[in-house]
Design a protein around this ligand. Structure first.
Ligand code: ATP
Length: 299
């Protein structure tokens, strides 16, 4: 288990991470979400020991993380951290040796991963000759070739097309099933929604919302209603709890405060002469994220 307790880090006057605590269980995929500058990378760097926290601690299976645990940790950084003049093979060997792997082991694993990611033909090519997406795949191999217990992925899907995003997701799910703890950051809510067990939203370094996707969605009361027919815009607007109404073509899209308001809206529109459509949708993670971040920015 990874236990992050009361982690804080400032750069001068700026509090980049502020009293952050969370735990990740073996085999869990944990999403760290936040807008640009929310503190995700700073958090990752403190977890792996590249950055000293001002206070707080990080324990991996009850032990403070230090250099002796390098072989248990894999880290895919947000920025490219490859030596562009090296060949793919040299690059992967370099990182894998740092993690304590034997040459024979590396050779077997490397061939397997290159095949799985369909980039065998690049084994002897220099990194700089590879496309961005293929470079990202090499970073990915470097982060996991040594079978780490803890895998940290800072924006792992950047630069990948939807097909390769799916391939990577299925590999990560497989690793999680084998017990690997995975923490990944993303701005892309659709990736998080289909992928992680639990998540945490960071705003200005603080945890503003965390839990399972299900619990977060249940706690968030707001709903969207899509309706069309002969309905009175004025009447809809007058219902308490209707927060916004947008007209899209023949359809109205209402944002309402809770299920109770949905019932009130339905009670009114069912009396209309014509009602072609009445559809209720739970808020998406993206809606929740935008709403929560927006609320804080307007405080
Ligand atoms: P992004 O999604 O854009 O990568 P992030 O959530 O990873 O952002 P961080 O890179 O952790 O955020 O940055 C958190 C805050 O700390 C930002 O305001 C950033 O400008 C600031 N910051 C990060 N590194 C440094 C540094 N070395 N010196 C000064 N300020 C820094």
């Amino acid at each position: 288990m990874l236990k992050v307790s009361h982690l804080s880090k400032s750069y001068g006057d700026l509090k980049a991470v502020d009293d952050l605590s969370f735990e990740v269980q073996d085999g869990e995929i944990y999403g760290l979400l936040g807008v640009n500058g929310a503190g995700k990378t700073t958090t990752f760097r403190m977890i792996v020991g590249l950055l000293q926290p001002d206070c707080g601690e990080v324990l991996l299976n009850d032990k403070k993380i230090d250099y002796s645990m390098a072989s248990q940790i894999g880290f895919l950084t947000e920025e490219r951290s490859l030596f562009t003049k090296m060949t793919v093979e040299e690059q992967v060997y370099y990182f894998a040796r740092l993690k304590g792997m034997k040459k024979k082991e590396i050779s077997i694993e490397l061939d397997q991963w290159l095949t799985r990611l369909e980039i065998q033909e690049y084994k002897n090519k220099r990194i700089k000759e590879l496309s961005k997406g293929n470079q990202q795949k090499i970073q990915f191999i470097c982060a996991l070739i040594h079978h780490p217990k803890l895998l940290l992925l800072d924006e792992p899907f950047t630069g990948l097309d939807p097909f390769n995003v799916t391939v990577l997701m299925s590999i990560l799910k497989e690793l999680a099933r084998e017990g690997t703890m995975i923490i990944f950051s993303s701005h892309r809510m659709e990736h998080v929604e289909v992928f992680c067990d639990r998540l945490l939203i960071l705003v200005e370094g603080k945890n503003i919302l965390s839990g399972t996707l299900k619990s977060i969605k249940e706690d968030f009361q707001k709903k969207k209603i899509y309706l069309s027919g002969k309905v009175s815009f004025k009447q809809l607007k007058s219902i308490e709890g209707v927060e916004s109404i947008e007209k899209k073509g023949n359809e109205y899209v209402l944002e309402v405060a809770s299920s109770k308001v949905v019932k009130e809206v339905f009670h009114i529109v069912k009396q209309s002469e014509v009602l072609d459509k009445f559809m209720v949708e739970d808020a998406s993670l993206n809606d929740i994220f935008v709403s929560k971040v927006g609320e804080l920015k307007h405080e």
